[in-house]
Design a protein around this ligand. Structure first.
Ligand SMILES: [Zn+2]
Length: 216
């Protein structure tokens, strides 16, 4: 699924140009090894043929994980000076991707996000991985407590640094989830385990909110 292309790259120490294979598209949910390489800072990291120094290829790549509602266009740091130009390019490419994938609605990617440099993407993926653990713990506890779970739009949750699930304790007669039912669910969950930092943040956020976050 991942795509690789041969490009001409230049070592930042002023050596001659060389041809190298670099990744241009990665599916985070399918290319586990590449995702790990990215998190470890080794993706598209090249060794100069002349001075043996290591450097990142100055090429953009796309990181996609539909299950995690993630579609990131990652441009090199040096492209930041022309941010609006690259933002336009991203939207053009996204429109094309969407057009190609319209036959299969499930594959239509999430709204794209523009990042410069690998570091912010690494930070995001690491935070996501930690949150996955907290979500798994909470889901197990909710099963024990027989607490129904609501799915929050993952891109929204990521932006707020909160988990993408919410426990919801409905009264017997209620049919639809309400903010009060979610706060009740959070209290039950946190009474069982009070070190779930992400759910504590949810409690703070929702206690002063008037509505539920966007659900799936
Ligand atoms: Zn070099």
């Amino acid at each position: 699924m991942a795509l690789k292309g041969r490009v001409e790259v230049k070592c930042p120490r002023g050596c001659g140009e060389m041809d190298s294979d670099v990744w241009s598209f990665i599916r985070g949910d399918r290319d586990e090894e590449l995702k790990e390489a990215l998190i470890d800072g080794e993706l598209n990291l090249l060794v100069c043929e002349e001075c043996s120094g290591v450097f990142y290829a100055e090429v953009p790549f796309v990181y996609s994980d539909p299950a995690a509602q993630m579609l990131v266009f990652c441009f090199p740091d040096s492209f930041k000076a022309e941010e609006s130009r690259w933002r336009d390019k991203m939207h053009e490419d996204y429109a094309q991707m969407k057009a190609i994938l319209t036959d299969d609605k499930r594959s239509v990617p999430a709204e794209p996000q523009l990042l410069f440099g690998i570091e912010p993407l690494r930070v995001m993926l690491k935070a996501d991985r930690e949150m996955e653990i907290e979500v798994a713990v909470a889901e197990a506890l909710c099963r024990e407590l027989k607490l129904p779970i609501l799915q929050v739009k993952r891109s929204f949750a990521r932006g707020g640094g909160v988990p993408w699930v919410l426990p919801c304790r409905l009264s017997a007669k209620a049919k639809t989830a309400t903010l009060a039912a979610v706060l009740k669910g959070l209290d039950e969950l946190l009474a069982r385990n009070d070190v779930l930092a992400g759910f504590q943040r949810w409690k703070v956020v929702l206690s002063s909110s008037k509505q539920l976050p966007p659900l799936i």
